[in-house]
Ligand binder design. Structure first.
Ligand SMILES: *[C@@H]1O[C@H](CO)[C@@H](O)[C@H](O)[C@H]1NC(C)=O
Ligand SMILES: *[C@@H]1O[C@H](CO)[C@@H](O)[C@H](O)[C@H]1NC(C)=O
Ligand SMILES: *[C@@H]1O[C@H](CO)[C@@H](O)[C@H](O)[C@H]1NC(C)=O
Length: 330
């Protein structure tokens, strides 16, 4: 999975939003929840192949959370093997995914968004647009010889991973985002860009095109040698800025940009070795800070993106419950 092995520090690329801090005494000091009309949703990076007892328990927990909180938006990233292009399309693995995509599509507060990596906005453009087209072409599984059910496998939006927002990449990023917005117009799902760090000065126009930009993707663990199942060191000490309740405010005071930003925090434990779990109170404090920033969407995982979605404290069940509770959503 294309989980960044080493997430850059957050501090170096503050956007020009900081300019607006003190222009008027009537400007609120920080965005408030009440000011936003669409609830802050969950951007769920459930990059877990949906077979086997553990994985299907995680997918079922997601479906149950969607049902438990009908007013809470869920944007579920669909990622089968790092995304298209597939041959054939839909991929031959689709019978394993179909019933879950169908269950999400049957729920009005949930949207499916297709994963595409961009290799730091440098992947071949024709390949990227072909990947967008492939997701857009998914309809049902009718005709699959090994699973004849006509599951609804349509996709509502796109998640572009590994976006580089340096200005030299802007025209490429603009073209790609515009292409996806056009291809998915009317489907109601977001087009999300993931630089994982704050948008660089000069590329702010991306906020006018994307539905959300994942500007903060980081670990909670303060220092750790944790490796994922692929043996990738995810949270190397010094290689990332650990999430604290002060982190969401680094998005700045421009409420429009916060409302088009996402935050994903993984490895939500205090220490890997010896393992020290994070508390539920820490999770709630983190979610409070993220929601109070007025973002588009967020997620917290106890470990990574490929397993442990039912592990405490950041289980799908509890992340969704806190997100709904703090926003007074049913
Ligand atoms: C806030 O962000 C939006 C979207 O990027 C931009 O159009 C607007 O000019 C910004 N406002 C200020 C005060 O910087
Ligand atoms: C389709 O595939 C899924 C996942 O393998 C399975 O659970 C389901 O029972 C299959 N449906 C049919 C009708 O074979
Ligand atoms: C992930 O799940 C496994 C199996 O339930 C468990 O042994 C492990 O402690 C979990 N890891 C975390 C970080 O919660």
């Amino acid at each position: 999975m294309k989980i960044p092995a080493c997430l850059p520090a957050l501090a170096s690329t503050v956007t020009s939003a900081a300019v607006s801090v003190s222009t008027s005494a009537t400007t609120p000091a920080a965005p408030t929840v009440a000011a936003s009309t669409t609830p802050v949703g969950l951007l769920v990076p459930l990059y877990e192949y949906p077979t086997g007892t553990t994985a299907t328990a995680d997918w079922q927990a997601l479906i149950d959370a969607i049902d438990a909180h009908p007013q809470l938006p869920f944007y579920v990233i669909v990622n089968d093997g790092n995304g298209p292009p597939y041959s054939p399309n839909p991929p031959s693995s689709m019978p394993d995914w179909a019933q879950w995509i169908d269950l999400i599509n049957a729920r009005s507060n949930a949207k499916t968004i297709g994963y595409i990596y961009t290799s730091a906005s440098a992947r071949d453009y024709a390949t990227l647009t072909s990947a967008v087209d492939q997701y857009a072409a998914w309809t049902t599984t009718a005709g699959f010889t090994n699973n004849a059910s006509a599951y609804d496998i349509h996709i509502d939006g796109i998640f572009f991973d590994e976006i580089d927002t340096q200005p030299s990449k802007l025209s490429n990023n603009v073209a790609l985002t515009t292409y996806a917005k056009t291809a998915f117009a009317g489907r109601g799902g977001p087009v999300v860009l993931n630089p994982g760090t704050l948008v660089q000065a000069g590329s702010e126009s991306l906020f006018d095109l994307a539905d959300s930009i994942l500007q903060i993707e980081t670990c909670y663990a303060k220092s750790s040698e944790a490796t994922d199942p692929g043996n990738v060191l995810r949270c190397p000490a010094g290689g990332y800025t650990p999430f604290t309740t002060a982190t969401p405010a680094t998005l700045g005071t421009n409420a429009t940009r916060s409302a088009k930003s996402s935050i994903v925090v993984h490895d939500f434990y205090e220490q890997w070795s010896p393992f020290e779990a994070a508390s539920a109170a820490s999770l709630q404090a983190g979610i409070d800070a993220v929601v109070n920033q007025g973002v588009h969407s967020f997620y917290f995982t106890t470990y990574g993106y490929t397993t442990n979605f039912t592990s405490a404290p950041a289980s799908i069940t509890d992340v969704a419950a806190y997100a709904a509770q703090i926003q007074n959503l049913s």
